[in-house]
Design a protein around this ligand. Sequence first.
Ligand code: PCA
Length: 214
Amino acid sequence: MKLLLTAFEPFGGDARNPAWEAVQLVQAPSPAIEITKLQVPTVFHDSIRTVVDAVAADALDAVLSVGLAGGRSSVAVERVAINVDDARIPDNRGNRPIDEPICADGPPACFSTLPIKAMVAEIRRCGLPAEISNSAGTYVCNHLMYGVLHHAAAQFSGVRAGFIHVPYTPDLVLDKPSHPASMALPDIVRALEAAICAIAAHQTDCKSAEGSLY
Ligand code: PCA
């Protein structure tokens, strides 16, 4: 399996982005898995262009994008991306779209084509907290997930794609009020490697109840 693994540059005033720090440390869990890594600008539209250009240049099987979700307490495997940008803070070029469609003629939402339930199960098997998330937000991560899935459906059939949000690392919460939840960097790395194992092992997802009541 040939996998493109992407993560974002720091944003929102943080000096580092643990998503990219973790991605840099990820090792292919088996010789049958070839991983290419790509840092993506935390910028609306440029982020999609960067990843879509990389997908077009290579014969890939899957794209796994990773972003920081500061405040989350577990690794969140995203189920769906919605066709809207609503930025609470500007991106790294000062863009701040409010209630704008990502793609004017695109569908309202795009579902992950990765085996999200198997990924959650495999991360938990490593002893790490993981969950299905039903919202990737309305900022650049949701934007990229939507853009990659929309392009994949239109131009790169056979390329599976999806998104994982990771928590802060402990060093990044020290100066934040009430110290939001965090996860050690080596654990985030292990979680991503487990998710990659699941992507390689499962062409179709397994069925398990992971929905939320509210
Ligand atoms: N997290 C942000 C954008 C970049 C990142 O790592 C998000 O969740 O939208």
